[in-house]
Design a binder for this molecule. Structure first.
Ligand SMILES: NC(=O)c1ccc[n+]([C@@H]2O[C@H](COP(=O)([O-])OP(=O)(O)OC[C@H]3O[C@@H](n4cnc5c(N)ncnc54)[C@H](OP(=O)(O)O)[C@@H]3O)[C@@H](O)[C@H]2O)c1
Length: 258
């Protein structure tokens, strides 16, 4: 546990908290004393591993299962969350919601099928929308919503067009909700990673692609999930109480200019 422990007394839900960026966010929030619900959709082993790692580090976490992108997903998620939280003998409700779970569709417009399009929107856009809608009575006043967007929404990036559209919609949801939820002291922000080393990017195994993506950052390297988690933890903290409706670049200065 760090000396700052800035999330003491807080309960957090991290969707897709089992792997990649969500795993790093779960670790970071737990290290700063939040009780963390580590959500996953398919990979129970990864979720259990993340929970065990957090516990071994002295933190508190528990897994929550719900497949997103299917009918009723938000209700399934919240029922599983409520039940698991009660088992922890923790008070109902939460303080920090991180909408992180996501998939990509690495195909240009000509190759995107209707099924691809529907699925990426169902998981990246529709799921967070209804998770927030049905979570608002659980989220305490003064709470935090952090939506994981992508640096791609500030760029033209044709190979990821449908994915980027799904994230751009999330950016607008962030802005609208920040206005609506301000009176409750709830902040809503988007954190936008760039090229980050996770399993969502299998092409990073290709040396040429790895080099190109690394060089896109002004720092000349890929993002580490921890780089994103540190920003999310700040946005989720009381230190960020005066920041809302913002799209926060966490891309290591990707594609800043020529
Ligand atoms: N990595 C990057 O370069 C990058 C860049 C910009 C933005 N992002 C965004 O960052 C977020 C996290 O990405 P990541 O790179 O960490 O991806 P990742 O390593 O592939 O992890 C994705 C997480 O989301 C969960 N998930 C995916 N589909 C799901 C579904 N249908 N239902 C429930 N859970 C589901 C996965 O759990 P299960 O496997 O158990 O389903 C996993 O925990 C995403 O929103 C992504 O768009 C990533």
């Amino acid at each position: 546990m760090t000396a700052t422990a800035r999330h003491t007394g807080k309960t957090a839900l991290v969707t897709g908290g089992s792997r990649g960026i969500g795993r790093a966010v779960s670790h970071r929030l737990a290290r700063e004393d939040a009780l963390v619900a580590v959500h996953y959709g398919h990979d129970l082993t990864a979720a259990e591993r993340t929970v065990k790692e957090i516990q071994a580090d002295g933190g508190r976490a528990f897994p929550v299962h719900a497949e997103l992108g299917v009918p009723g997903d938000a209700d399934t998620l919240w029922s599983a969350f409520d039940e698991a939280l009660a088992e922890q003998e923790a008070p109902a409700g939460l303080d920090i919601l991180v909408n992180n779970a996501g998939i990509t569709v690495p195909r240009p417009i000509a190759q995107v099928t209707e099924a691809d399009y529907d699925r990426v929107f169902a998981i990246n856009t529709r799921a967070p929308f209804f998770i927030i809608q049905r979570g608002l009575d659980r989220l305490r006043d003064g709470g935090r919503i952090v939506n994981i967007s992508s640096v791609a929404t500030r760029l033209a990036f044709p190979p990821l067009v449908s994915y980027t559209m799904s994230k751009a919609a999330l950016d607008h949801l962030t802005l609208s909700l920040a206005q609506e939820l301000g009176p409750r002291g709830i902040t809503v922000n988007a954190v936008a990673p760039g090229y980050t080393e996770t399993e969502i990017n299998p092409t990073l195994a290709v040396p040429e692609i790895r080099r190109r993506y690394s060089e896109a950052s002004t720092f000349g390297r890929l993002g580490d999930p921890v780089d994103i988690a540190d920003v999310v933890s700040f946005v989720a903290s009381d230190d960020a109480r005066w920041v809302t409706g913002q799209w926060i670049d966490a891309s290591g200065g990707a594609h800043l200019g020529v």
